[in-house]
Design a protein around this ligand. Structure first.
Ligand code: SF4
Length: 66
C-alpha cells in the first residue's frame, strides 16, 4: 500500500496553503499553478500529506491509498 496525491488543477486557487504544510511535496509556481513534487510520497509522510490535504480550502487535493 502506498500513498498517492491527486490534484484537481481546475479547483486549485494557487494560494499555497498546502505548500506551507508540506514544502517538500508542493510548490506553487510563479504563474500560480501548483506542482506536486512527489505524487507518491513515502508512507512516512502520511501526517504531512493529511495536513496538506486538510489545509486546502478548495478541496483540490485528495490523498489516495493504492
Ligand atoms: S492549498 Fe489547495 S488551492 Fe491552495 S495551492 Fe494547495 S491545492 Fe491549490
Amino acid at each position: 500500500m502506498g500513498l498517492r496525491i491527486e490534484l484537481d488543477p481546475g479547483k486549485c486557487s494557487g494560494l499555497g496553503l498546502c505548500e506551507a504544510e508540506a514544502p517538500e511535496l508542493f510548490e506553487v509556481q510563479d504563474d500560480g499553478s501548483l506542482t506536486v513534487l512527489d505524487e507518491r510520497p513515502s508512507t512516512d509522510r502520511r501526517a504531512e500529506c493529511e495536513a496538506a490535504v486538510a489545509s486546502c480550502p478548495t478541496e483540490a487535493l485528495r490523498l489516495l491509498e493504492d
